[in-house]
Design a protein around this ligand. Structure first.
Ligand SMILES: [Zn+2]
Ligand SMILES: [Zn+2]
Length: 441
């Protein structure tokens, strides 16, 4: 139905030559036909005077956009990911304009509230559909809008080039222009080359920020850490999963350090303030980036940190070993060190070896109804100690979906079942906690 709707509008609004050129493509000029009805779109109400002058008035005919690369920016002005994205898009837009590129942005506002929209977009030099315009919903359906912000790119020929380049813009800025699949392939290659060239200095030194801190704020030059195995620990005190993970990491840290001094952890804080940082850091035996350090943002971007706690392992050459070190520490503790593929294979082999001594079946006092059978299990929670496991051996009752870690089944239950009560910190604004990880909302 939508397609026929588009087709109808299309026939009314667009030249038939375009249809002949792209008979099978639901192209964006068809979509712009939505915008052309009723034959014009309005620029932001408070766009700059010169812009108004150039566009001769508030209503701008869509023909202004023909032959240009156009970004359709689906936005909800009060929604924080959009609030964060708008300035980045503006920066890209201004750079492209300064370079003389034919690029325009049309905001497709999902807002109900005209005031907040005006507030947020009053300084933006972009076009916009009016708030509440019926074409907003049609465009959202047409582009199968599933996330915000979304920036659809329409090529100069009117075809849809990319369905959403918001992430690419966040990551690569103006380098992502003209937002074509070919461009993205190039960026992936550049990214790979960058990863190959990565060193500890390249990720941890920025301008004159060339140190981390130890206890009491002592500055430790990054150069002192070169050649070591490093864990970058993204975390915050207000995050319950971070607090729950900390003791495990501390325990693993001491065990690893006892065997290999060429190892360090660097805490990278998402804490609210210096006080919270100081308190949380005081419970850590390792190093940190100073609170509020500007390098945190670039590290978060580089490692695509979307939730905490997150633990990134950097090898002695400065290459990223794994971004899943948290899971490895949860599963294997200090045994996972140095978190490499090779080490994981060894652990696997050790685990096979270990299981040789275990019974294939057993009866447990913790599950008297049925016998438990030794099995390889994925994504289970031990019903003995309530710890989640990604993968490993379990004594398992299929009928009841009951799992016990081998250690929980084979060792006596020592009753050490629950950790100390978790403090009730207020949730951090802009973050959502699912109990395992705190993610940016
Ligand atoms: Zn267990
Ligand atoms: Zn059972």
């Amino acid at each position: 139905m939508l397609c026929s709707l588009i087709a109808n509008r299309y026939f009314f609004c667009l030249r038939s030559t375009i249809l002949k050129a792209n008979p099978n493509i639901c192209c964006s000029l068809q979509v712009l036909a939505f915008i052309t009805e009723p034959t014009s779109i309005s620029p932001p109400l408070t766009c700059s005077a010169s812009f108004r002058k150039k566009l001769s008035g508030l209503q701008v005919p869509v023909s202004e956009l023909e032959g240009k690369i156009v970004g359709l920016y689906f936005s909800l002005s009060a929604y924080s990911p959009c609030v964060d994205f708008s300035p980045k898009l503006l920066e890209v837009y201004e750079k492209l304009k300064a370079n003389g590129e034919s690029f325009e942005v049309v905001v497709i506002p999902l807002d109900d509230d005209e005031e907040s929209f005006k507030q947020d977009f009053k300084n933006m030099p972009w076009f916009s559909l009016p708030i509440g315009d019926k074409n907003v919903g049609k465009l959202a359906r047409y582009f199968e809008l599933s996330t915000l912000p979304t920036l659809v790119i329409i090529g100069a020929d009117g075809k849809t080039v990319s369905k959403n380049v918001a992430e690419a813009i966040e990551e690569h800025g103006v380098l992502a222009y003209p937002f074509t699949p070919k461009k993205f392939e190039e960026l992936i290659e550049i990214e790979k080359a960058k990863e190959k060239a990565q060193t500890l200095e390249s990720i941890l030194i920025s301008g004159d920020r060339n140190f981390v801190i130890g206890k009491g704020g002592t500055e430790i030059p990054v150069s002192d850490l070169v050649g070591k195995n490093i864990l970058l620990y993204f975390s915050a005190h207000w995050c319950p999963p971070c607090r729950a993970f900390l003791p495990k990491l501390v325990e693993a840290y001491h065990k690893i350090k006892a065997k290999d001094d060429a190892f360090e952890v660097i805490f990278i804080s998402s804490d609210r303030d210096q006080g919270a940082f100081d308190e949380f850091f005081s419970g850590m035996p390792w190093l940190a980036l100073p609170f509020g350090d500007s390098r945190k943002a670039s590290l978060s971007r580089r490692f695509k940190v979307q939730g905490i706690p997150m633990l990134i392992a950097i090898g002695p050459t400065g290459q990223t070993v794994t971004k899943e070190a948290r899971d490895l520490v949860m599963q294997h503790g200090a045994n996972a060190y140095p978190f490499t593929e090779e080490r994981l294979k060894e652990i696997e082999a050790e685990s096979e070896e270990m299981a040789k001594g275990w019974p294939q079946k057993l009866k447990s006092a913790q599950h008297e109804e049925h016998e438990l059978a030794l099995a390889r299990r994925k994504d289970y929670t031990c019903d003995g100690c309530d710890e989640p496991e990604e993968e490993g051996w379990s004594f398992y009752c299929e009928a009841c979906n009951f799992d016990l870690h081998p250690k929980c089944a084979l060792e006596e239950d020592k009753g050490a079942k629950s950790d100390a009560k978790q403090e009730q910190d207020p949730p951090q604004e802009g973050w959502v906690c699912d109990g395992y990880v705190c993610k940016k909302a």
